[in-house]
Unconditional design. Structure first.
Length: 403
């Protein structure tokens, strides 16, 4: 059962967000949210209708290119749907709450530094000749000691109370930023800092952080694909909000996954022209992805089932194009689709990865609206994108003269 939420704080934040947009269509949908939530002292209209109404605001904001408001209302919808705690909204959109979080973060980091100093004191007492290498080994040992923790078979265990669960989620959504650093303690440190920061560009730093985040996301997807027991939902979790993996033609992943009663889309992507692209995800571990019959290679039954399912989605979108466009601002007529299914490492029958690729390439040449790709192809393409980004970023560094 979904744990729907609502609160006075959410209503206040929705009202404040209304003043941040100049688009009449977005304001109209925000007014619908406020009407649904009612006045002060009620239950603020929590439930599925509130989640849907908040998602509608996000959808309309994407249509107008107002991605900040869209992201804000996606967070609101996640809170109303029970996926985020209120503390996360306060951290993002309440300055006083964020300041309190910063103070808590500072205390936690200070406490950790104190523990580190205490550990170094013990090391020096036991070994007065300890070196920096010894200190690194000490902390590596502390970090690796977690590997020896295990779960017992008894009825006991650790259960986090709601307060601690909220705290974990809160720190999971924090971005730690160093600012207003004190002056270096010595001229030598000052020179080192100047050498490092002399040519730092804020835009370049943002690109670097985005590149690192994408690399981590792609690595997580690879780990899930290489796990033969990964479900479709596990793979979906790795690809959520990772529209860049599918190529540069898509500007955002849409918050709404259901536009008709008969179709719930895995990953709906928005093209730059406002049209819809559907991504249908299936398992990676499919042994009969490609089969050999009478000496010829052909796609197995799981692929045909997935394509048929996607064809039905596109047909439904075509038939309901006018109502979807008027209600949600997304053009679904002649929408396109990608089916991501299987990986050559799981295919049996002596069929090679090259034969899998050739069979899919032959199939895709006869299909205009639906493309079938494996997770290997998807990840290889994304990896090449990251490699090109890294190469462009490091090109100037490679050309610097050495001294």
């Amino acid at each position: 059962m979904t744990n729907f939420r609502s609160s006075f704080t959410l209503r206040r934040m929705v009202g404040e967000a209304r003043e941040l947009t100049e688009h009449a269509g977005v304001r109209e949908r925000i007014d619908a949210v406020l009407h649904l939530m009612g006045g002060v002292g009620g239950d603020y209209g929590k439930g599925r209708p509130l989640v849907t109404s908040l998602e509608d605001v996000a959808q309309e904001s994407v249509r107008h290119g107002d991605f900040d408001i869209a992201r804000r209302f996606q967070h609101f919808a996640s809170y109303a749907g029970g996926d985020l705690y209120l503390e996360i909204l306060e951290h993002y959109y309440d300055e006083e709450a964020r300041q309190r979080s910063e103070e808590g973060m500072r205390r936690m980091i200070a406490m950790g530094a104190d523990r580190a100093v205490a550990a170094l004191d013990v090391l020096c007492q036991e070994n007065p000749d300890a070196t920096a290498a010894d200190a690194r080994d000490l902390f590596r040992g502390i970090a690796r000691s977690a590997d020896y923790l295990s779960l017992g078979k008894g009825a006991g265990g650790i259960q986090l109370p709601p307060r601690e669960a909220r705290r974990l989620q809160q720190y999971g959504h924090m971005e730690i930023v160093l600012r207003n650093l004190p002056r270096p303690a010595s001229p030598e440190v000052a020179r080192m800092m100047n050498d490092v920061l002399a040519d730092v560009d804020a835009g370049l730093l943002a690109q670097l952080l985005e590149l690192r985040a994408r690399q981590a996301g792609l690595a997580a997807l690879g780990a899930a694909v290489n796990d033969p027991n990964s479900s479709e939902s596990a793979l979906h979790a790795c690809l959520k909000k990772q529209e860049w993996i599918f190529g540069g033609a898509y500007v955002a992943e849409l918050a709404r996954r259901q536009y008709t009663p008969d179709a719930i889309l895995d990953i709906p992507l928005l093209r730059g022209d406002g049209s819809l692209h559907v991504v249908e995800l299936k398992r990676a571990n499919i042994k009969n992805l490609v089969i050999r019959l009478h000496g010829h290679l052909m796609l197995g039954a799981p692929v045909h089932h997935a394509v048929s399912q996607t064809q039905n989605y596109l047909r439904i979108m075509d038939e309901n194009r006018r109502s979807i466009l008027n209600t949600h601002g997304v053009d679904t007529r002649r929408a396109s689709a990608t089916v991501v299914i299987g990986h050559p490492q799981y295919v049996t029958g002596g069929i090679t990865p090259q034969e899998v690729a050739e069979t899919l390439r032959t199939y895709n040449t006869h299909s205009s609206r639906i493309e079938v790709v494996t997770y290997e192809t998807l990840m290889d393409s994304a990896d090449r994108m990251l490699a090109l980004s890294s190469a462009r970023r490091g090109h100037d560094d490679d050309e610097e003269p050495t001294t």
